[in-house]
Design a protein. Sequence first.
Length: 317
Amino acid sequence: MSERGNGVVGVGEFGLIDRVTARLSYGPTVLLGPGDDAAVVVAADARVVASTDVLVEGRHFRRDWSAAQDIGHRAAAANLADVAAMGARTTALLVALCMPPELPPGWAEELADGLAGEAAIVGASVVGGDMSASPTLTIAVTALGDLGGRAPVTRAGARPGDIVALAGRTGYAAAGLTVLSRGFRTPRLLVEAYRRPEVPYRAGPAAAEVGATAMIDVSDGLLADLGHVAQASGVAVDVRRDAFEVPRQMRDAAQALGVDPYTWLLTGGDDHALAATFPPTATLPTGWQPIGEVTAGAGVTVDRRQWEGPVGWDHFR
């Protein structure tokens, strides 16, 4: 019988672990990688930033829409972006993989390639994890990060008068998801954005270095995530619609599908842009674009008006 027919049950848990870990490499922050009861990672700052995200098949990804390597990139990106949003840099990832026994071993290996490839963008390594049989394919990733001596940038520091700025793009992944959901595979720009986000990881530490007062990873939608900043900081946030350029491919897709493109731009998640607030006298680092301002009050508005409809993703809605 072929390996594909046997699935992972044909190579066994430890055989698959050996095949996956053989594909990994480790940076200088890793003192001990996979193979023992736990990994050992350098924590030069004496503080460790930690974040966990989980991806469930059918809820967060579909194997008929994305290759295993793309899903690995997405799973890593969700965690790397969270660490960057604290003003830190990821040093290590831990991955738990629960999978159906009939899953081809090669799929898990390609997933590992994607995880390691995305981690390498920031100089991080996959240092360990766990595997289990499960009827539902589930990927849980934990990221560990280093603040480099800086204070963490939380959601709670925004003040009236601050500039609201964005690094990275929003709406592309949401548009790609809509396109795929309607049975199409183009425009390629949007579909590929859904499959594999392009995250401005270095923009997080750069924002911290110039005194960003609050910061967040835009994973659930810009308005929803800025709402978390507004609530944590006890302020209001206003976003300017004219700060966003609608790319031609998105405009054409929106017209063909009967969607307002600003719904994607303002409420779509999974691009993992970073949103932050800065003092009005701050010089924004390269890659950061002003999109609004912080005012007294509560909540998030667009052009001083309440946004009608959902503001972002809610797992239980």
